[in-house]
Design a binder for this molecule. Structure first.
Ligand code: ADE
Ligand code: ZN
Length: 315
């Protein structure tokens, strides 16, 4: 198995049905069903919004520091078996705040699990829910500042179309002033204009997804020339019908263009697999050869936010 870094993983998207049922029972949260097969059968989507509706509906089972610790520990253990040596993990504080969970519990559980993982290097990236708007993002950022040492960057996720990156210029400026890394989801369902805005208005260092950048030759040249990494999530794109089938995916074309692309699982509990499953699908269904797969793994370390010395040890 190829050692890799995973740079696009939502911790809330690792909530497997078994964990959902266990946490619901522990916290007295009522679920529509506790049958694992029935729950898993619901993990089928027509688009990003259909997925987000279920993703948010499941989150009230996460209530305590222990819940966040258990969720994160389970991901880290599974990721280690997938060859992940470095993980940069997204989390959605606004989703938990609106469920009445204090930030203290979220940070303590997540960072406690990271501290206890000795076979994987991991850090947190705080994401803003773009559909809640810029003011809510700024308020969340200010509330998170007392925990500044617990996260290394900010990101932007949730419903993309209609919520362009440029709206978040001020909060990204605040994050930059704090010395935080900046990434954003763009070009998943939104067009190339969203990727341009993420680059030019937010100053992002990496683009999450970014597959629709391939529709714009000037943008492809910009991404290549500036060596901006794109965290591509093949099984996610099929599950959310961003592409019809894996064989149609633009990932081989992105590699041919010399883009700094890497492979990630996004929300593995919902999309049919972890990063090793994504690599297996690229090998089996998309026909990528060993050289291409090795390039993807190498790129993931290149694109990660670990120190240069640490990267050199992985590569
Ligand atoms: N939140 C969790 N997964 C997401 C995705 N793939 N796109 C946008 N927001 C998300
Ligand atoms: Zn994502």
């Amino acid at each position: 198995m190829l050692p890799t870094a995973e740079l696009h993983i939502h911790i809330e998207g690792t909530l497997e049905p078994e964990m959902l049922v266990r946490l619901a029972a522990r916290n007295g949260v009522k679920l529509p069903t506790t049958d694992i097969d029935e729950l898993r059968a619901r993990y089928r989507f027509t688009d990003l919004q259909a997925f987000l509706d279920l993703y948010y509906a499941n989150l009230p089972v996460l209530r305590t520091e222990q819940d966040f610790y258990d969720l994160t520990s389970a991901y880290l253990a599974r990721a280690a078996t997938a060859g992940v040596r470095r993980a940069e993990i997204f989390f959605d504080p606004q989703a938990h705040l609106r469920n009445g969970v204090p930030l203290e519990a979220v940070f303590a559980g997540l960072s406690g699990a990271l501290d206890d993982a000795d076979d994987i290097s991991a850090d947190l990236i705080l994401c803003f829910l773009r559909d809640l708007g810029a003011e809510a993002a700024e308020e969340t950022f200010r509330a998170a500042l007392p925990f500044r040492d617990r996260f290394i960057g900010v990101g932007l996720d949730s419903a993309e179309v209609g919520n362009p990156p440029g709206i978040f210029q001020d909060v990204y400026r605040m994050a930059a002033a704090e010395g935080l890394h900046r990434v954003a989801h763009a070009g998943e369902e939104g067009g190339p204009d969203y990727v341009w805005e993420a680059l030019d208005v937010l100053g992002v260092e990496r683009v999450d997804h970014g597959i629709r950048a391939m529709e714009d030759v000037e943008l492809v040249a910009r991404l290549r020339d500036d060596r901006v990494a794109l965290t591509v999530c093949p099984l996610s794109n099929v599950a959310l019908r961003v592409v019809d089938k894996l064989a149609d995916h633009v990932l081989p074309a992105m590699l041919d263009e010399g883009l700094l692309v890497c492979v990630n699982s996004d929300d593995p509990a919902y999309f049919g697999g972890y990063v090793d499953d994504n690599f297996a699908a690229l090998r089996g269904k998309l026909g990528l050869d060993e050289q291409q797969l090795a390039t993807l793994a190498w790129n993931s370390f290149d694109a990660c936010f670990a120190s240069a010395e640490q990267k050199a040890r992985w590569q």
